[in-house]
Design a protein around this ligand. Structure first.
Ligand code: SF4
Length: 223
């Protein structure tokens, strides 16, 4: 990685034209041609309106969906995964307002921020290992920016593994498990299956299973 790239990666938010993953950069460039009205860029972390010092829970997803966050520019907004996630966040007091699957719906996070392990949309929702590792240079300062962070919830094994590495832990000793609760880098790390339509349609993740994880987190944050 060049000096310029290292300098760019010290920020928690990538440049709109981040070139570090050529395959993803080219994929987005093609979609900018095809759908010029879409966001089509690295999707920034969704923050609560009162600022980052209020954040005690960070949720880490995999990557923007093509017609979801890549289209709208807000994590988990515009495709199915957000319906379950934001409904659950509102029910647990971690968001307020109404989720209408648009960035201007007025939904506000409460003590919570949402980001992705990989900020650019990958073809077929599948980032490769090098892209996950490269984008960790943004995940690490994203975690570090929250001075009062107590917990991270990872959605799916890829987000979990990248977060464990970002926290300086070893994946072999902190494996992904739905409903898992572990300690890494001074943070309590919760993990859940990803709230994708595929996982809910196939019964890998039920709404009850997802809500149970958030109930445990809500109790933890009040402790
Ligand atoms: S995935 Fe991350 S590191 Fe790769 S190009 Fe996008 S923003 Fe840059």
């Amino acid at each position: 990685m060049s000096g310029a790239a290292l300098s760019a990666a010290s920020s928690p938010e990538p440049d709109r034209n981040c070139p570090l993953c050529p395959r993803l950069h080219d994929f987005i460039a093609a979609w900018r041609q095809r759908e010029p009205g879409w966001f089509n860029a690295p999707v920034p972390t969704f923050l609560p309106p009162v600022g980052e010092d209020s954040v005690r829970l960070l949720i880490v997803g995999l990557a923007p969906g093509l017609r979801g966050a890549n289209r709208t520019g807000r994590p988990f907004t515009g495709d199915y995964a957000g319906d379950l996630l934001y409904r659950t966040l509102i029910a647990q007091g971690l968001a307020r307002g109404e989720f209408k699957a648009r960035p201007d719906d007025g939904l506000a996070l409460v003590g919570t921020a949402i980001t992705n392990a990989v900020r650019c949309v990958p073809p077929e929702n599948k980032p490769v290992g090098a892209e996950i590792a490269t984008c960790r240079t943004f995940l690490m300062p994203t975690i570090a920016r929250f001075a009062n962070l107590r917990a991270i919830l990872t959605l799916g094994s890829i987000a979990h593994q990248s977060t464990v590495r970002a926290l300086g832990g070893r994946v072999a000793t902190l494996p992904f498990r739905h409903g898992g609760r572990q300690q890494a880098g001074g943070i309590t790390l919760f993990s859940s299956y990803h709230c994708s339509r595929y996982n809910t349609n196939t019964g890998v993740l039920t709404e009850e299973m997802f809500v149970a994880v958030f109930k445990e987190i809500a109790v933890f944050l009040k402790s």
